[in-house]
Design a protein around this ligand. Structure first.
Ligand code: MSP
Length: 652
């Protein structure tokens, strides 16, 4: 098959399971992919960026049953919310694939059938262990006959014993070809440390892989043998070809396949770097150029994951900060292959220090001076001094380095370098003291130069930060009176010199909110079961604050069902709850541990307010507050409903 050329760039994210909406960890992968896609567009490549959802398999079947939904209804609702989230984070994917799409199912069946005909898929009997949480067949390192259950070595959950007729993929036949491919293409798995992991796994010996289930109904049926359902990973991995047109839009497929980079978390590297290339080799399709295994976002040193109940909902940060601070923080804070702990303190620090202070103030100060000293017009400047010239040539050097760093996926290093340059521009302004020059009419030409230089530097650095923070950088270009948008200017044509005298700058608005840590993290508000919801500046009647009906209506009160309740280590008064609020699951912290045991309240329905500003209590994000009566001795009593009501029912 014709290979895609170097003028194209095809990047993918994993497709996300639809058992719940994406959390910060998932947003991380998607944001990296988005920044890479935006950069490669600037670099002149024709880009195809694919993301989507993995909707089949036992995990989804189970999650849907727990909620009393069909798998399709669960998938539809989670997909809607996933797409809303990507939109709010300014994700610029070209296509969103769902594995329930007709063309995908047909493509998977076609590839499956061809491998049966070729003899790479054959029928047999599987006896072993299956981890539903990871959708993974375990290596048979423990005899199947062993008594009791087996725990998954990856996620720690109990596995089910499986004994059934199955189709196998002849993975063992690909061991040598895989090793040869790794040796000849060291960039196939990145970072290099991960390549060692993958190669030693393959050297350890590959067994044939069971790729169908008879006990799982929610999936793609095996062609001509519909008692069998195709294993979710065989189905899911092929999204990368069907999503790029395989079998339904072959011109698109020929243009972009093979993918340039599959971005994946390190937990699913084996599926992408061992099984996937083997499937492709068997089908005679070219292999992707690189599988990049990134690290995890942790909370308290463990992987953030829904099943551990320690996830952060990006919507909470989005509501307060908008997309760019989240995009910046996630890409700046940890080098791409490593793990990092998410801390609100670090997040707020980065927003206040890097964004609001270093960048926001620089833009604001420069534009305000141009407005007050030159009526907002960029004025023809005096000759460049050595120092001015250095600011310009430094930009050229920076641009070249950023090109390589983005090209290699080292986003955090690129941002570090851009911020070092921001520091240099701030120093340049402080050293030149334009506010002093403004007092002396004889230094007007020099003043014009300093402000010109600072504005040209801001234009340049915001261009370089555009792939990571598109929305704010576009705003900065607007303030600078630029007619084009940063996304429209090719990297090769972007230069310090592109800034000319004569243009008029606009009024700068605040780019990034400055939020005090204590305001964001809140106090004990969300832990208090029944904090009064007073409006601002309320009227008083007797001792009671009077609020209007409109003020009351602003509260989104709903029926919620408690899905999970647990104690919090080291805290005697609070319980951590997961509640279904109709549209999603929210995590909350409530001061009810002295009145209720966790096991007494699971399944019950109560009233929660869902649009209260979230708070972090004992390091746990509380995303809703329940209503309860509080007795004189400070005991909280929850008014539970006396009949079954669907979660999400409004309370007015
Ligand atoms: N459906 C499969 C992928 C199939 S791709 C053909 C899957 N889905 S997932 O929703 O569980 O995870 C998707 C991705 O999110 C994985 O790459 C995983 O590593 C990543 N992350 C999940 N939690 C994460 C963190 N806490 N931190 C960073 N990434 C994390 O696996």
């Amino acid at each position: 098959m014709e290979k895609s050329s170097d003028s194209t760039f095809y990047v993918t994210t994993p497709i996300y399971y639809v058992n719940d909406v994406p959390h910060i960890g998932h947003a991380y992968t998607t944001i990296i992919a988005d920044a890479l896609a935006r950069f490669q567009k600037l670099a002149g490549k024709e880009v195809f960026f694919l993301t989507g959802t993995d909707e089949h398999g036992q995990k989804i079947e189970k999650a849907a049953a727990e909620r009393g939904l069909t798998p399709m209804a669960l998938a539809d609702s989670v997909v809607g919310r996933t797409q809303d989230l990507w939109k709010a984070l300014d994700i610029s994917h070209d296509f969103f694939i769902r594995t329930t799409m007709d063309f995908h199912e047909k493509g998977v069946q076609k590839l499956f059938r061809a491998l049966v005909e070729k003899g790479d898929i054959y029928k047999g009997e599987y006896k072993g262990w299956y981890c539903v949480s990871d959708e993974n067949f375990l290596a048979e390192d423990v005899p199947f006959e062993a008594a009791g259950h087996k725990t998954c070595p990856d996620c720690g959950k109990a596995c089910s014993a499986v004994s059934e007729e199955t189709y196998f993929f002849r993975l063992s036949a690909y061991q040598d070809r895989l090793l040869a491919h790794y040796a000849a293409n060291p960039e196939f798995v990145r970072p290099p440390s991960r390549m060692n992991e993958v190669a030693s796994f393959v050297r350890g010996g590959l067994k044939d892989l069971s790729i169908t289930r008879t006990t799982v109904k929610w999936g793609v049926p095996v062609p001509d043998d519909p008692r069998h359902t195709i294993y979710v990973w065989f189905d899911a991995l092929h999204n990368y070809v069907t999503g790029a047109g395989y079998d339904w839009n072959m011109p698109l497929f020929r243009k972009f396949w093979p993918a340039t980079v599959h971005l994946v978390g390190k937990d699913i590297l084996r599926f992408h770097a061992v099984y996937w290339p083997a499937f492709l080799m068997a089908s005679g399709l070219p292999l992707p150029k690189t599988v990049f295994g990134h690290g995890w976002w942790l909370r308290d040193d463990t992987k953030m994951s829904k099943s551990k109940g320690n996830v952060l909902d990006p919507q909470v940060l989005l509501r307060v900060f908008g997309p760019d601070p989240i995009r910046y923080f996630l890409l700046r804070e940890i080098p791409i292959g490593q793990d990092g702990n998410f801390s609100h303190e670090a997040f707020i620090h980065r927003v206040n220090s890097d964004l609001a202070n270093d960048l926001g103030n620089l833009v604001h100060r420069t534009l305000t001076m141009i407005r007050s000293y030159f009526d907002g017009r960029i004025t023809h400047p005096a000759e460049e001094s050595d120092e001015d010239r250095r600011l310009r040539t430094d930009f050229g050097d920076l641009k070249a380095r950023i090109f390589d760093l983005y090209g290699d996926g080292f986003m955090n290093k690129a941002l570090e370098e851009i911020w070092a340059y921001i520091g240099a521009v701030n120093k340049y302004l402080a050293g030149n003291e334009p506010w002093m020059m403004a007092k002396d009419p004889a230094r007007r030409g020099r003043l014009a130069r300093v402000l010109f230089q600072a504005a040209a530097a801001i234009r340049g650095l915001s261009y370089l930060a555009f792939p990571v923070m598109p929305r704010s950088m576009e705003k900065i270009w607007g303030f600078l009176g630029e007619e084009s948008k940063p996304g429209e200017v090719p990297f090769s044509r972007m230069g310090f010199d592109g800034f000319e005298a004569g243009r008029e700058v606009g009024m700068p608005e605040a780019l990034f909110p400055r939020v005090a840590l204590k305001d964001f993290l809140g106090g004990d508000a969300a832990a208090a079961p029944a904090a009064p919801a007073a409006g601002t500046g309320p009227k008083k009647e007797g001792n009671v604050d009077i609020i209007t009906y409109d003020e009351f209506r602003r509260m989104d009160l709903r029926v919620a069902r408690i899905l999970k309740a647990e104690r919090v280590a080291g805290a005697t008064k609070i319980l951590k709850l997961d509640v279904d609020i109709g549209t999603e699951t929210r995590q909350m912290v409530a001061g009810i541990a002295e009145t209720y045991a966790p096991e007494d309240i699971v399944g019950k329905s109560l009233i929660v307010i869902v649009n209260l500003k979230p708070a972090v209590i004992r390091g746990i994000e509380s995303q809703a507050m329940l209503l309860a009566a509080v007795t004189g001795d400070n005991k909280a009593l929850i008014p539970f409903f006396d009949r079954d009501l669907p979660p999400g029912t409004p309370v007015k």
